[in-house]
Design a protein around this ligand. Structure first.
Ligand code: ATP
Ligand code: MG
Length: 426
């Protein structure tokens, strides 16, 4: 029978890769803890309406990329394509926003029906941060700083922070009219996708990946010129805040972000090492979203970073190998009584904090020792029928070629011997 395959764009993470993921997740957790950001977990499946209302019908995500289906109760459900809408829904539903500002983070799989390629999958993973209830430009700066410091702490170089202001809803309305007039005047020279977007989502044309369109857009009116005094002042304060923290950034007047709910600060962190999928982290301010989803008016700012792209960067930056640390001790046993006792011994040592790999093969000693070597463990414990009846184990130092490096000792003494050897080796 032909073995089954995973679905296109759905990727398995094998043991050779998970250590990279664990390291990134542990670093992120630690940064969030030190920044007093609390974790929130929401369901993978939500009512389709949440994303239609929250992200916007005219976006690629809602228009083309969602995994939606009717459940057995004929309710339209969607596998979450992003985290923000769910976090905001949960915060409203449980009255969190009424309790004062919320500093939240989340992590986990997201689903988008896209064309899979390097750094782009159909199930992918994000870690994200959401600050709900802060309007001050300092909250934009702090949110960006947490992302930046996390990426720096992972040892990544060559990152660029790109920054723009999308202004207030009024600014955007004014700008939208100006831009549409300009785009209409240049319609013939736009790529077909962009031509369509003039009517549905004109700001997204600025984000076109088509090089000819990009060249043409150099002459388009910019959002920066459409900002009113207050928006201008706000953006200035964000920039000054970043400068005061010595976080380098570049202004990108065409940065608009793919989701409808952004306003004022928008940013992306990109790497030249990622090819076409260059953006590792994107975010910004979304002051209107909480209200749009039925909550009280609540300013908000946040970001999401793509784990797959981050893992590619961490791997490219050299760093440590993608393998789990070896066990402390490999337990070899032979004979019915010894094998039964080995289970109990392994359990006892694990309780004492040792990492123990138990050979379950029942194979000849030679084969078991070969596997012990391959496991990378420094020590092997050997338990045969003789040892079982004497109530001892043989402890062998696999790094010393010397057979005299073996000692017979009571199982209870093993953890002490290993600990002492560790201390000797510093
Ligand atoms: P892109 O322009 O690359 O499609 P996006 O604007 O759709 O990105 P966001 O919705 O802002 O992305 O998501 C934040 C981050 O999540 C992205 O910067 C990226 O790192 C990651 N990401 C988004 N879609 C995918 C995907 N299909 N596969 C892997 N990572 C993704
Ligand atoms: Mg996308």
């Amino acid at each position: 029978m032909k073995p089954l395959q995973s679905l296109r764009g759905m990727v398995d993470l094998l043991p050779g890769q998970t250590p990279f993921w664990q390291r990134i997740e542990a670093t992120a957790r630690d940064h969030f803890r030190r920044a007093a950001v609390e974790e929130i977990r929401t369901p993978l499946l939500e009512a389709t309406e949440l994303f239609a209302r929250g992200i916007g019908e005219a976006t690629d995500v809602v228009g083309k990329e969602m995994y939606s289906f009717d459940d057995r109760g004929a309710r339209s459900c969607t596998l979450r394509p992003e985290g923000t809408a769910s976090v905001v829904r949960a915060a409203i539903q449980h009255g969190l926003v009424a309790q004062g500002p919320q500093r939240l983070w989340y992590g986990g799989p997201m689903f988008r029906y896209e064309r899979p390629q390097a750094g782009r999958q159909r199930q992918f993973h994000q870690i994200g941060l959401e600050f709900l209830g802060h309007a001050d430009p300092r909250s934009d700066v702090e949110a960006i700083a947490i992302a930046w410091d996390l990426l720096m702490d992972l040892g990544l170089g060559g990152l660029r922070l790109e920054l723009n202001s999308l202004g207030s809803p009024d600014d955007r309305l004014r700008y939208r009219a100006e831009l549409v007039a300009w785009l209409e005047a240049h319609r013939e020279r736009l790529d077909p996708d962009s031509q369509q977007r003039i009517a549905t989502n004109p700001l997204r044309v600025l984000d076109s990946k088509n090089p000819d369109t990009q060249e043409l857009l150099a002459g388009a009116p910019t959002l920066a010129d459409a900002l009113d005094g207050a928006s201008h002042e706000r953006f200035l304060r964000v920039r000054q805040g970043l400068e005061a923290l010595a976080i380098p950034f570049e202004l990108n007047p065409r940065l608009v972000r793919g989701l409808d709910y952004y306003g004022h600060t928008a940013f992306e962190i990109t790497s030249s090492q990622l090819g076409a999928q260059a953006t590792v982290c994107g975010g910004g301010r979304y002051d209107g979203l909480v209200e749009q989803l039925g909550g009280p008016p609540t300013p908000a700012v946040g970001w999401a970073l793509g784990m797959e792209r981050l893992v590619l960067l961490v791997q490219a930056s050299g760093g440590e190998q993608g393998s789990a640390p070896p066990p402390d001790l490999y337990l070899v046993s032979r004979g019915e009584t010894a094998e039964a006792q080995a289970l109990a011994l392994a359990r006892g040592w694990r309780r004492q904090g040792l990492a123990v790999e138990l050979d379950l093969s029942g194979a000849a000693y030679g084969k078991q020792f070969k596997r012990a070597d391959r496991s990378g463990a420094r020590w092997a414990a050997v338990l045969g029928e003789a040892e079982t009846s004497e109530g001892v184990v043989i402890l062998r130092d696999l790094r010393s070629g010397d057979a005299a490096a073996e000692q017979r000792l009571a199982p209870g003494a093993v953890a002490d011997v290993l600990g002492a050897a560790d201390r000797l080796n510093g």
